[in-house]
Design a protein around this ligand. Structure first.
Ligand code: SAM
Length: 287
C-alpha cells in the first residue's frame, strides 16, 4: 500500500468506510495478524488488524473512557483489573488513571501489537506500559482466564471482532473463565460491535453470558470509526444495582477519582445503559 492510496475496511460485505493513506508508517504480518498503521488527515494515526479498524488517534478516547470508567466507577472500590487484548495500550492508560487501583494485569496475544503501538501510537499508551502496577502477559486471553488462580474486580475484554484470534474471546469457555476469575461483586465488560450491523454478536454474547452471570446487559457509545451506529459494550455481573447508580452517586465517585475526561461524565454513564428498542426486542426474543 503506497502513500495517497485508499485503505478500505473489509469488516462488512457491501458496506464500509475508507481512509486516504497520507503516510504509511508500518505494515507487517505478525505471528497472529496483518497489522497496518498509517496517517490520515481526518483521524490522525490509524491502526488496523486484518483489514478492520482497531483504533484511531482522534476518536479512541470515547471507546477507552467508556470501557474503563463506567465499570470502575460503577463498582466503587476496584483494586485489581484484568484487561484482555488492548495491545494499543490506551485501555491500560485509562485504567492506570485510577489511583486506587493496585494491580493491572493485561493479557495480549500479540507481542507485535504492543511493540509496534508503543512506537507508532505513543499517545495511546502515553507511558502506561511503565506503570509499576502492570503485569503484562503475552497469551491467548481464553487460556489465561481458564488457568489463572488470580481474582479481579473488573475484567475488560478489549479484543478484536470475533474473526481470527479474537474469535475465542466470544466463546462460553472464555466467559466461564472470566466469571471464575472475578471476585464477588465483580464486573465484566467487552466490546461487542456495532449492534445495528453486528446484532447477532450481541445476541450471542447475551445468551452465553447469561449462563454465568445473573445480570447481563449492554451499554453504548457512538464511536465514529466503529461506523454504522452505536457501539455496544457487553456488561455482566451478579448485581443489577451495579448498572443502575444515579448520577449523584457517580458524580461523587467521579470527583473523588479526580478524572479529566473528554467523553465520559456521570450523565453520559447513566444514559449509556439506555438501549434502542430494536436491540431490546432482539434480546427479549432470546430469553
Ligand atoms: N478497540 C478495538 C476494537 O474495539 O475492535 C480493539 C483494540 S485492540 C488493538 C484489540 C487487541 O486484541 C489486539 O491487540 C489483538 O492482538 C488482541 N487480541 C485478539 N485476540 C486476542 C486473544 N484471543 N487474546 C488476547 N488478545 C487478543
Amino acid at each position: 500500500m503506497a502513500q495517497n492510496e485508499m485503505w478500505y475496511e473489509t469488516l462488512h460485505a457491501g458496506f464500509g468506510q475508507y481512509f486516504t493513506v497520507d503516510k504509511l508508517l508500518y505494515r507487517d504480518k505478525t505471528a497472529h495478524q496483518d497489522l497496518v498503521i498509517f496517517e490520515n488527515a481526518a483521524f490522525g494515526r490509524v491502526m488496523a488488524l486484518d483489514g478492520v479498524v482497531q483504533t484511531t488517534e482522534r476518536d479512541e478516547f470515547i471507546y477507552h473512557e467508556m470501557m474503563t470508567h463506567v465499570p470502575i466507577l460503577a463498582h466503587g472500590h476496584v483494586k485489581r483489573v484484568l484487561i484482555i487484548g488492548g495491545g494499543d495500550g490506551a485501555m491500560l492508560r485509562e485504567v492506570s488513571r485510577h489511583q486506587n487501583v493496585e494491580q493491572i494485569t493485561m493479557v495480549e496475544i500479540d507481542a507485535g501489537v504492543v511493540s509496534f503501538c508503543k512506537q507508532y501510537l505513543p499517545n495511546h499508551s502515553a507511558g502506561a506500559y511503565d506503570d509499576a502496577r502492570l503485569n503484562l502477559v503475552i497469551d491467548d486471553g481464553v487460556n489465561f482466564v481458564n488457568q489463572t488462580q488470580e481474582k479481579f474486580d473488573v475484567i475488560i475484554s478489549d479484543c478484536t471482532d470475533p474473526i481470527g484470534p479474537g474469535e475465542s474471546l466470544f466463546t462460553s469457555e472464555f466467559y466461564a473463565g472470566c466469571k471464575n476469575a472475578l471476585n464477588p461483586g465483580g464486573i465484566f465488560v467487552a466490546q461487542n460491535g456495532v449492534c445495528f450491523l453486528q446484532q447477532e454478536e450481541a445476541i450471542n454474547s447475551h445468551r452465553k453470558l447469561s449462563h454465568y452471570f445473573s445480570d447481563v446487559s449492554f451499554y453504548q457509545a457512538a464511536v465514529p470509526t466503529y461506523y454504522g451506529g452505536i457501539m455496544t459494550f457487553a456488561w455482566a455481573s451478579d448485581n443489577e444495582m451495579l448498572r443502575q447508580w444515579d448520577s449523584a452517586t457517580l458524580q461523587s465517585r467521579f470527583e473523588d477519582a479526580e478524572l479529566r475526561c473528554r467523553y465520559y461524565n456521570p450523565a453520559i454513564h447513566v444514559g449509556s445503559f439506555a438501549l434502542p428498542q430494536y436491540l431490546l426486542n432482539a434480546l427479549s426474543c432470546e430469553e
